[in-house]
Design a protein. Sequence first.
Length: 259
Amino acid sequence: MKETTAYLINDMLRSVVTNGTAYAAQIGNWAVAGKTGTTSLDPQKYGNITGNPDAWFAGYTPNYAGVVWMGYDSDPDGQHYLHNVYGGSYPAQIWKKVMTVALEAQNVQTEFQRPAGIVSGQIDSKSGLLQSSLTPPQFIQTEIATQGDFPTQVSSVWVRKYTFIFPQTFLNITDRDPSIPWPANEAPYRPPTPPVSDSVSVPNPTMQPPISSPTQVDPTLPSPTLGPIAYNAKTFKAVIPMTVPLENKQNSTIFLPDS
Protein backbone atom coordinates (compact mmCIF):
# COMPACT_ATOMS: atom_id res chain seq x y z
CA MET A 1 0.00 0.00 0.00
CA LYS A 2 1.30 3.45 -0.87
CA GLU A 3 1.94 5.86 1.99
CA THR A 4 -0.57 8.29 0.52
CA THR A 5 -3.25 5.59 0.38
CA ALA A 6 -2.56 4.62 4.00
CA TYR A 7 -2.85 8.25 5.08
CA LEU A 8 -6.20 8.68 3.34
CA ILE A 9 -7.50 5.58 5.14
CA ASN A 10 -6.13 6.92 8.43
CA ASP A 11 -7.97 10.19 7.83
CA MET A 12 -11.27 8.42 7.13
CA LEU A 13 -10.99 6.08 10.13
CA ARG A 14 -9.92 8.99 12.31
CA SER A 15 -13.39 10.52 11.88
CA VAL A 16 -14.96 7.29 13.21
CA VAL A 17 -13.40 8.14 16.58
CA THR A 18 -13.64 11.94 16.55
CA ASN A 19 -17.33 12.13 15.72
CA GLY A 20 -18.57 8.69 14.72
CA THR A 21 -19.58 5.36 16.20
CA ALA A 22 -16.29 4.93 18.13
CA TYR A 23 -16.51 8.19 20.05
CA ALA A 24 -15.97 6.24 23.30
CA ALA A 25 -12.44 5.26 22.15
CA GLN A 26 -11.01 8.77 22.35
CA ILE A 27 -7.87 9.07 24.46
CA GLY A 28 -7.15 12.69 25.33
CA ASN A 29 -5.31 14.40 22.48
CA TRP A 30 -3.99 11.18 20.97
CA ALA A 31 -4.57 10.50 17.29
CA VAL A 32 -6.83 7.44 17.32
CA ALA A 33 -8.41 5.76 14.30
CA GLY A 34 -10.51 2.65 14.07
CA LYS A 35 -13.63 0.83 12.97
CA THR A 36 -16.55 -0.55 14.89
CA GLY A 37 -18.33 -3.71 13.87
CA THR A 38 -21.55 -5.49 14.81
CA THR A 39 -23.15 -8.59 13.30
CA SER A 40 -26.85 -9.35 13.24
CA LEU A 41 -28.71 -12.40 14.49
CA ASP A 42 -29.91 -14.84 11.85
CA PRO A 43 -33.64 -14.11 11.50
CA GLN A 44 -34.32 -17.71 10.39
CA LYS A 45 -32.95 -18.98 13.71
CA TYR A 46 -33.90 -16.19 16.10
CA GLY A 47 -36.88 -14.52 14.47
CA ASN A 48 -37.16 -10.76 14.92
CA ILE A 49 -35.60 -10.47 18.37
CA THR A 50 -33.04 -7.75 19.10
CA GLY A 51 -29.48 -8.82 19.75
CA ASN A 52 -26.05 -9.41 18.24
CA PRO A 53 -23.80 -12.49 18.11
CA ASP A 54 -20.64 -10.35 17.74
CA ALA A 55 -19.41 -6.84 18.41
CA TRP A 56 -15.89 -5.49 18.07
CA PHE A 57 -13.68 -2.45 17.78
CA ALA A 58 -10.42 -2.44 15.84
CA GLY A 59 -8.42 0.66 16.68
CA TYR A 60 -4.92 2.06 16.43
CA THR A 61 -2.70 5.01 17.28
CA PRO A 62 0.58 5.96 15.58
CA ASN A 63 2.21 3.56 18.09
CA TYR A 64 -0.03 0.56 18.66
CA ALA A 65 -2.97 -1.33 17.22
CA GLY A 66 -5.45 -3.54 19.01
CA VAL A 67 -8.77 -5.30 18.54
CA VAL A 68 -11.48 -6.06 21.12
CA TRP A 69 -14.12 -8.64 20.28
CA MET A 70 -17.17 -9.58 22.34
CA GLY A 71 -19.50 -12.45 21.58
CA TYR A 72 -20.11 -16.16 21.84
CA ASP A 73 -18.32 -18.90 19.91
CA SER A 74 -21.57 -20.80 19.72
CA ASP A 75 -25.18 -20.54 20.86
CA PRO A 76 -26.57 -24.07 21.19
CA ASP A 77 -29.75 -23.07 23.01
CA GLY A 78 -30.56 -19.80 21.24
CA GLN A 79 -29.94 -17.80 24.42
CA HIS A 80 -26.26 -16.92 24.16
CA TYR A 81 -26.01 -13.66 22.29
CA LEU A 82 -25.33 -10.02 23.12
CA HIS A 83 -28.13 -7.75 24.24
CA ASN A 84 -27.74 -4.05 23.33
CA VAL A 85 -23.98 -4.36 22.83
CA TYR A 86 -22.40 -2.70 19.82
CA GLY A 87 -18.86 -2.14 18.63
CA GLY A 88 -18.90 1.46 19.80
CA SER A 89 -20.04 0.59 23.34
CA TYR A 90 -18.21 -1.98 25.50
CA PRO A 91 -15.57 -3.03 22.91
CA ALA A 92 -14.51 0.59 22.36
CA GLN A 93 -14.49 1.28 26.10
CA ILE A 94 -12.37 -1.81 26.85
CA TRP A 95 -9.98 -0.88 24.04
CA LYS A 96 -9.57 2.60 25.50
CA LYS A 97 -8.78 1.29 29.00
CA VAL A 98 -6.09 -1.09 27.74
CA MET A 99 -4.58 1.36 25.25
CA THR A 100 -4.48 4.19 27.80
CA VAL A 101 -2.20 2.08 29.98
CA ALA A 102 -0.05 1.07 26.99
CA LEU A 103 0.48 4.72 26.00
CA GLU A 104 1.29 6.08 29.46
CA ALA A 105 5.04 6.32 28.81
CA GLN A 106 4.69 7.59 25.25
CA ASN A 107 4.83 11.16 23.99
CA VAL A 108 1.40 12.22 22.81
CA GLN A 109 1.03 12.23 19.03
CA THR A 110 -1.96 14.27 17.94
CA GLU A 111 -1.76 13.46 14.22
CA PHE A 112 -0.76 10.69 11.88
CA GLN A 113 2.26 11.84 9.91
CA ARG A 114 1.24 13.20 6.52
CA PRO A 115 3.45 11.95 3.66
CA ALA A 116 4.38 13.95 0.59
CA GLY A 117 1.86 13.82 -2.23
CA ILE A 118 -1.26 14.71 -0.22
CA VAL A 119 -3.15 17.85 -1.25
CA SER A 120 -6.18 19.54 0.26
CA GLY A 121 -8.85 21.92 -0.92
CA GLN A 122 -12.50 22.88 -0.67
CA ILE A 123 -15.20 20.96 -2.47
CA ASP A 124 -18.96 21.04 -2.89
CA SER A 125 -20.27 18.29 -0.60
CA LYS A 126 -23.35 17.69 -2.78
CA SER A 127 -21.38 16.86 -5.92
CA GLY A 128 -17.85 16.01 -4.75
CA LEU A 129 -16.51 18.57 -7.22
CA LEU A 130 -14.94 21.98 -6.75
CA GLN A 131 -17.22 24.53 -5.17
CA SER A 132 -18.92 26.97 -7.51
CA SER A 133 -19.87 30.58 -6.90
CA LEU A 134 -23.39 29.34 -6.10
CA THR A 135 -22.46 26.66 -3.53
CA PRO A 136 -23.97 27.70 -0.15
CA PRO A 137 -21.35 27.94 2.65
CA GLN A 138 -22.84 25.04 4.63
CA PHE A 139 -22.16 22.70 1.71
CA ILE A 140 -18.49 23.65 1.34
CA GLN A 141 -16.02 21.35 3.10
CA THR A 142 -12.29 20.78 3.10
CA GLU A 143 -11.10 17.42 1.79
CA ILE A 144 -7.77 15.75 1.03
CA ALA A 145 -6.67 13.60 -1.87
CA THR A 146 -3.59 12.17 -3.51
CA GLN A 147 -1.93 14.72 -5.74
CA GLY A 148 -3.43 14.36 -9.20
CA ASP A 149 -6.70 12.90 -7.87
CA PHE A 150 -8.25 16.09 -6.51
CA PRO A 151 -11.26 17.14 -8.61
CA THR A 152 -10.71 19.81 -11.25
CA GLN A 153 -14.30 20.18 -12.49
CA VAL A 154 -16.54 22.84 -10.94
CA SER A 155 -19.83 21.70 -9.41
CA SER A 156 -22.95 22.29 -11.50
CA VAL A 157 -25.62 21.00 -9.11
CA TRP A 158 -26.48 24.51 -7.94
CA VAL A 159 -28.37 26.78 -10.31
CA ARG A 160 -29.66 30.33 -10.00
CA LYS A 161 -33.07 31.13 -11.36
CA TYR A 162 -35.18 34.24 -11.08
CA THR A 163 -38.71 34.48 -9.76
CA PHE A 164 -39.74 37.85 -11.11
CA ILE A 165 -36.98 40.18 -9.86
CA PHE A 166 -35.69 37.98 -7.03
CA PRO A 167 -32.87 35.49 -7.78
CA GLN A 168 -32.84 32.22 -5.86
CA THR A 169 -30.37 29.34 -5.67
CA PHE A 170 -31.71 25.82 -6.15
CA LEU A 171 -30.21 22.34 -5.81
CA ASN A 172 -30.63 20.82 -9.24
CA ILE A 173 -30.63 17.06 -8.59
CA THR A 174 -33.07 15.51 -11.05
CA ASP A 175 -32.76 11.79 -10.29
CA ARG A 176 -34.23 11.87 -6.78
CA ASP A 177 -37.36 9.96 -5.88
CA PRO A 178 -40.00 12.70 -5.44
CA SER A 179 -41.75 10.66 -2.74
CA ILE A 180 -38.72 10.85 -0.42
CA PRO A 181 -38.64 14.01 1.76
CA TRP A 182 -35.67 16.27 1.29
CA PRO A 183 -33.23 16.57 4.23
CA ALA A 184 -33.85 19.63 6.39
CA ASN A 185 -30.62 21.35 5.33
CA GLU A 186 -31.49 20.92 1.64
CA ALA A 187 -35.21 21.68 1.75
CA PRO A 188 -34.77 25.48 1.39
CA TYR A 189 -33.00 24.83 -1.93
CA ARG A 190 -35.59 22.51 -3.44
CA PRO A 191 -36.68 23.72 -6.90
CA PRO A 192 -40.31 24.81 -7.15
CA THR A 193 -42.93 22.68 -8.87
CA PRO A 194 -43.41 23.32 -11.71
CA PRO A 195 -39.80 24.38 -12.26
CA VAL A 196 -38.99 28.04 -12.69
CA SER A 197 -38.36 28.82 -16.34
CA ASP A 198 -34.77 29.38 -17.37
CA SER A 199 -35.93 32.22 -19.59
CA VAL A 200 -36.94 34.43 -16.66
CA SER A 201 -34.11 36.82 -15.89
CA VAL A 202 -33.36 39.95 -13.91
CA PRO A 203 -35.21 42.93 -15.39
CA ASN A 204 -33.25 45.59 -17.22
CA PRO A 205 -32.93 48.46 -14.71
CA THR A 206 -33.45 50.97 -17.52
CA MET A 207 -36.84 49.52 -18.50
CA GLN A 208 -40.08 50.94 -17.14
CA PRO A 209 -42.17 48.19 -15.48
CA PRO A 210 -45.70 47.67 -16.73
CA ILE A 211 -48.47 49.23 -14.66
CA SER A 212 -51.79 47.58 -13.96
CA SER A 213 -54.82 49.64 -14.82
CA PRO A 214 -58.41 49.14 -13.72
CA THR A 215 -61.06 48.59 -16.32
CA GLN A 216 -62.37 52.13 -15.77
CA VAL A 217 -59.92 54.91 -14.94
CA ASP A 218 -60.99 57.91 -12.90
CA PRO A 219 -59.42 60.95 -14.59
CA THR A 220 -59.17 62.72 -11.25
CA LEU A 221 -56.75 60.12 -9.89
CA PRO A 222 -53.02 60.98 -9.94
CA SER A 223 -50.64 59.61 -12.52
CA PRO A 224 -47.51 58.65 -10.57
CA THR A 225 -44.21 58.66 -12.37
CA LEU A 226 -42.03 55.59 -11.86
CA GLY A 227 -38.26 55.84 -12.06
CA PRO A 228 -35.82 53.13 -13.17
CA ILE A 229 -35.43 49.98 -11.07
CA ALA A 230 -32.38 49.94 -8.80
CA TYR A 231 -31.51 46.29 -8.20
CA ASN A 232 -28.96 45.12 -5.57
CA ALA A 233 -27.72 41.62 -6.45
CA LYS A 234 -26.11 41.12 -3.01
CA THR A 235 -29.23 41.85 -0.95
CA PHE A 236 -31.74 40.65 -3.60
CA LYS A 237 -33.68 43.91 -3.23
CA ALA A 238 -35.17 46.11 -5.90
CA VAL A 239 -36.24 49.72 -5.38
CA ILE A 240 -38.60 51.55 -7.74
CA PRO A 241 -38.71 55.36 -7.19
CA MET A 242 -42.21 56.80 -7.48
CA THR A 243 -43.18 60.46 -7.81
CA VAL A 244 -46.75 61.63 -7.17
CA PRO A 245 -47.89 65.13 -8.21
CA LEU A 246 -48.16 67.44 -5.18
CA GLU A 247 -51.75 68.47 -5.91
CA ASN A 248 -52.89 64.84 -5.79
CA LYS A 249 -51.03 63.55 -2.70
CA GLN A 250 -54.11 63.65 -0.50
CA ASN A 251 -56.26 61.49 -2.80
CA SER A 252 -54.09 59.07 -4.66
CA THR A 253 -54.36 55.44 -5.70
CA ILE A 254 -51.19 53.65 -6.78
CA PHE A 255 -51.32 50.50 -8.87
CA LEU A 256 -48.42 48.12 -8.30
CA PRO A 257 -46.68 46.30 -11.16
CA ASP A 258 -48.20 43.03 -12.33
CA SER A 259 -46.73 39.92 -10.71
